[in-house]
Design a protein around this ligand. Structure first.
Ligand code: HAM
Length: 422
């Protein structure tokens, strides 16, 4: 028997309520903040991510589903949305519209990662980007938006982690200092970090190895090495967050796993944080447009993982609206009744009542069992006698009462009961 590929999940109807709830809430928030929806292809030319996210990042180097198609084109399943959205922004000349442009997406993304709780190979992101403006107000707006999305779902005890990692002007000075510190204490450095010193020193701060933790604590902090422009920008971001009393923790170890970030970076952690548990993260990426061949274009954004959000809704016991099944289940008895049932279902649906017709030849008992299983309120039983009289036996499944009546009246009864409920 086949199974879903490792690291992927089927979402069954009993779980769909969580997905619908989260998707609807985040769409609502995106709307409230004035973000328009953008959808991009599931795969892109591989260069979009090689140049965009960075060839040396884990996401691109180790985790990307890259392949050649039958026409020898080099493609990749998107491992994230930002580079793809920027590609679309440049391709369609969206820079000619009034800036900034605010865009959001709900999308599946793919990373060949080691699967575990909250970490999958196909997962879903709510992604938002504001492109074409340097104003720190937008950094704060992004943070406000992700915070609002998560708290409006009912999640509590979240922690916002905030840092600024500077720009191409001030970062080299910082990195030189960081490397100097590490080189002075080489004996304490783990093998992974020994490589990072040469290849990607920024990621030294991200090391989870116990032996490196004291070093990281003692390491110089990006925030202390910001150029005047970056420092002023960061001060303003914090000022805006204070305006709306949004609590944050400054975290000098927060560097993020994608190469495009400049200045502000942030993550939202759940109450119980493990190493792989950030609910959402993002930051400013003023150099990405140029990396992809466009003009210099400042931008900021974030993505939040829907699977992780749903895991947290469940672990915090947060109820979500139940998706209602059919209201009416029609149980025809015999061949002649089936055609009438098919027609009756049409009339019910035309009036807005969700209706399921029994399929296959099953006993009345078996049909009613199915009616209960799908959560129907009413069973309409159609036998030869009912058929001849233009009637139907209506059983109220919540009360186990039943009565025979004209089909029109039965439809009215369903609609009236629904009105009383709402
Ligand atoms: P990211 O931090 O790589 O950022 O991913 C964002 C979120 O996706 C994470 O916080 C997490 O909730 C979820 N996530 C990441 N990997 C997995 C996984 N293997 N399984 C389940 N969930 C996962 C980005 O992708 C950036 N593009 C965000 C951004 C947008 N920056 C600027 N604009």
């Amino acid at each position: 028997m086949y199974q879903a590929p490792r690291g992927t999940q089927d979402i069954l109807p009993e779980d769909a309520g969580y997905w619908r709830f989260v998707e609807e809430q985040v769409r609502r928030q995106a709307n409230l903040f004035g973000y328009g929806e953008i959808r991009t292809p599931t795969f892109e030319e591989v260069g979009v991510f090689l140049r965009g996210v960075g060839a040396g990042t884990d996401i691109v180097e180790k985790e990307m589903y890259a392949f050649k198609d039958k026409g020898d084109d080099e493609l990749a399943l998107r491992p994230e949305m930002t580079a793809a959205v920027m590609r679309a922004y440049l391709e369609h000349g969206i820079f000619n519209r009034p800036q900034p442009v605010r865009l959001y997406s709900l999308a599946n993304v793919f990373r060949y990662d080691r699967p575990q709780a909250g970490r999958y190979r196909e997962f879903h992101q709510f992604n938002a980007e504001a492109i074409g403006e340097l104003d720190p107000l937008l950094d704060a707006e992004m943070i406000r938006l992700v915070w609002q999305c998560l708290t409006s779902l009912g999640l509590t005890r979240l922690k916002l982690q905030l840092n600024s990692i500077g720009c191409p002007l001030c970062r080299p000075g910082y990195l030189a200092e960081l490397v100097r510190t590490y080189e002075q204490r080489l004996a304490e450095v783990c093998p992974d970090c020994e490589r990072r010193i040469r290849l990607n020193p920024m990621r030294l701060l991200d090391c989870k190895n116990a032996q490196c933790q004291a070093l990281i604590e003692a390491a110089p902090k990006t925030m202390d090495y910001l150029c005047p422009e970056c420092a002023a920008h960061f001060r303003k971001v914090r000022g805006y967050l204070d305006e709306v009393a949004l609590p944050y923790q400054l975290n000098h170890r927060l560097v993020r796993g994608l190469d495009y970030y400049t200045r502000t970076v942030f993550e939202v952690w759940p109450a119980v944080a493990g190493s792989q548990s950030s609910l959402g993260g993002g930051g400013r990426y003023d150099g990405l447009a140029e990396q992809l061949g466009g003009r210099p274009t400042p931008a900021v954004g974030f993505a939040a993982g829907l699977e992780r959000i749903i895991l947290n809704l469940k672990s915090q016991d947060i109820p979500v609206p139940i998706l209602r099944g059919a209201e009416v289940f029609i149980a025809p008895l015999g061949e002649a009744a089936r055609g009438a049932a098919f027609r009756l279902a049409d009339s019910l649906r035309t009036r807005g009542a969700t209706t399921v017709v029994a399929a296959g030849e099953r006993s009345l008992k078996a049909q009613l069992r199915q009616a209960n299983a799908i959560g129907a309120r009413w069973a309409f039983i159609l036998g030869d006698e009912e058929l001849a009289a233009g009637e139907v036996t209506v059983r109220d499944l919540t009360r186990a009462e039943q009565a025979r009546e004209a089909q029109d009246k039965a439809i009215e009864r369903v609609l009236q009961a629904r009105e009383q409920q709402t």
